[in-house]
Design a protein around this ligand. Sequence first.
Ligand code: MN
Length: 275
Amino acid sequence: MNEENRTTQRPAHTPSSGGTTPPADPARRAFLGGGAAALAAWGLGAFGGPAASAGAHGAADSGFDPFAVPEADGEYGLFELDYPYDALEDAIDAKTMELHHSIHTEGYRVGLNNALKELEAARSGDDFGKIQYWQNQLAFHGAGFMLHLVFFKNMAPAGTTRPGSSLRSLMRRHFGGLEEMKRHFSAAARTVEGSGWAILGYQPVGDRFIIMQAEKHQNHTQWGVFPVLAIDVWEHAYYLRYQNRRADYVDNFWKVVNWDNVEARALFARGTRPS
Ligand code: MN
């Protein structure tokens, strides 16, 4: 059992068949389905401003929606990958990809839905006796689900995308250049303690791109940051092929970065700001 889906101290979750699920309320449906509504919830307002529509891969032009995940009966569904499990062999083997997506990420999805359901039951029964436990579950599984969505969408088969001019320009402004950003990101990924992540994110306060390490994925955030590029460096993400050689995994990760997705996320994040 690896560190991520440690279940010994957590309740056993069974995937919902939908049969016992209460009907989705309109507000939740709108959140799950609507990028604009979700963006408003992040305090970013309506999307599609000058910066978003200016670039070649502008979010407004492409209809890019980083919040889109399948939804059934008001619950989060497991998003599909945009490529087969064996498509990233230049960096990550097919078996790791399969386990990571179908077992680990699915576990977060089930845990997140379960936490939401339990919190809804607490509200309707006005019984908050286990509030601390379920808020912890909501944070753990919710952070896991959201970060894996970013991570898997951040990747594509080697050689199929390259950094666009808008992203290069942003990276030059905030890091001195794309290569400087990559060196900083790789160093963060190589050295984050234990099971963690390196994350390139956009902080609307100050209109700034930053790189963060996350040791426990629900902690150590900087509120308001929108994740643009994330690498999972928990051991399950690379151990079958790389064992203890995390640095080799980090180096090879760059071969399979989906630069179109990274640029779209970066422009989407800045969508309401003038460039
Ligand atoms: Mn993972």
